[in-house]
Design a protein around this ligand. Structure first.
Ligand code: 3PG
Ligand code: MG
Length: 395
């Protein structure tokens, strides 16, 4: 890898400014999914193990440069302490004398958490002055926030240029999983891409057709591709103004030897609600007053056959309206199949981005995937082939 890791750094007695992403879902003051907090523990432990003091820098929500009390990181202290198994010293600013004093007083083995970096307007502007003030608080910079690496902010990008910098353990794990899935993957590679709209995933599709052998398209965006083939999709979610683009993608894919797999059969209903009456029809037989809400069993069989034949899978987005049963059936079945192949050591499977992890958790499949990314937007941008500023700055 082109960047340093904790193994390359001398951390003994050092203050290690560690950018983490603990932007976790919170309801009524309680963390409802602590995954991101749990995943930074190896980095925190390794820094302590090497004699350093981890000083955690993080954002929470989008306070837009103002102090917004309900976006204070203080509320995450109990969840952090539980995950790390140590007291966490919280400081109500991410720069300045109070932070400096608390960090200076911290003993080896202690962990410091600084307040939401986005309370300062300079954070999202990547203001060099703010980065300098943050840099003054530490001796070494460690970036463990892959899921925030698509942001060129003071604490994710600017800081990396001011201090000796390295990747944390989670950053390393994310980057090696992504490398295994799209960088230098074992072939054949299957990508599963779902989601509502083609328009939000254009860059993604264009990049994937150059990199993968089979591209499975599901969710609402598959309807746009069916419409592009001249198929009437009734009342289905469909971006009719994107059919030209969809056609271009299909033509380009065939020139690149990338097979695009659209659902051969579909599950249709007249209402978008849990348990709505539904029927399975061929993909060109959606009644005029119905909408496609899931891929059908024949489509699933084609997807599982592609997975049987694959060495690598990269997955982003559900195949149907997975939030409302029974329209989660195709997603669950394909996910369970990928999970079983992964468990048997026959498939390297990597998933991430937005709804994907929720869908795979719901299918009880996530635990068997080779790697589940903690990232939403960053995972997507990486799948789009974009350079992530937070990663580039470590190089
Ligand atoms: C996320 O939750 O996707 C990351 O923490 C980045 O947050 P942002 O989209 O507000 O920049
Ligand atoms: Mg985001």
């Amino acid at each position: 890898m082109a960047w340093k890791t904790l193994d390359d750094m001398d951390l003994d007695g050092k203050r290690v400014l560690t950018r983490v992403d603990i932007n976790v879902p919170v309801e009524d003051g309680r963390v409802t999914d602590a995954t991101r907090i749990e995943r930074i523990v190896p980095t925190v432990q390794d820094i302590i193990g090497k004699g350093g003091v981890p000083v955690l820098l993080a954002h929470f929500g989008r306070p837009k440069g103002k102090v917004v009390t309900k976006m204070s990181l203080q509320q995450l202290v109990p969840a952090l302490e539980q995950a790390i198994g140590k007291d966490v010293i919280f400081v109500a600013d991410s720069r300045g004398p109070a932070a400096e004093a608390a960090i200076a007083a911290a003993q080896a083995g202690q962990v410091v958490l600084l307040e939401n970096t986005r309370f300062h307007a300079g954070e999202e502007k990547n203001d060099p002055e703010l980065a300098k003030e943050m840099a003054a608080l530490g001796d070494v910079y460690c970036n463990d926030a892959f899921s925030a690496a698509h942001r060129a902010h003071a604490s994710t990008e600017g800081l990396a240029k001011l201090l000796p910098a390295c990747a944390g353990r989670l950053m390393q794990a994310e980057l090696s999983a992504l490398e295994a899935a799209l960088g230098a993957p074992e072939r054949p590679v299957v990508a599963v891409v779902g989601g509502a709209k083609v328009s939000t995933k254009l860059d993604l599709l264009s990049n994937l057709i150059e990199k993968v052998d089979v591209l499975v398209i599901g969710g609402g965006m598959a309807n746009t591709f069916l419409a592009a083939k001249g198929i009437d999709v009734g009342k289905s979610l469909c971006e009719h103004d994107m059919t030209g683009t969809a056609k271009e993608i299909m033509e380009k894919a065939s020139g690149l030897n990338c097979e695009i797999l659209l659902p051969s059969d579909v599950v249709v209903a007249r209402e978008f609600k849990t348990g709505a009456d539904n029927e399975t029809v061929a993909n060109d037989a959606c009644p005029a007053d119905a909408m496609i809400l899931d891929a059908g069993p024949d489509a699933v069989a084609k997807i599982t056959a592609a997975l049987d034949n694959a060495e690598t899978l990269i997955w982003n987005g559900p195949l149907g309206a997975f939030e409302i049963a029974p329209f989660d059936t195709a997603t669950n079945a394909a996910a369970a199949h990928a999970a079983a192949l992964s468990r048997a050591g026959k498939l390297v499977s990597v998933a991430g981005g937005g709804d994907t992890v929720a869908a795979l958790n719901k299918a009880d499949a996530a635990k068997d995937f080779t790697y589940i990314s903690t990232a939403g937007g960053a995972f997507l941008e990486w799948m789009e082939g974009k350079v992530l500023p937070g990663v580039a700055a470590l190089g």
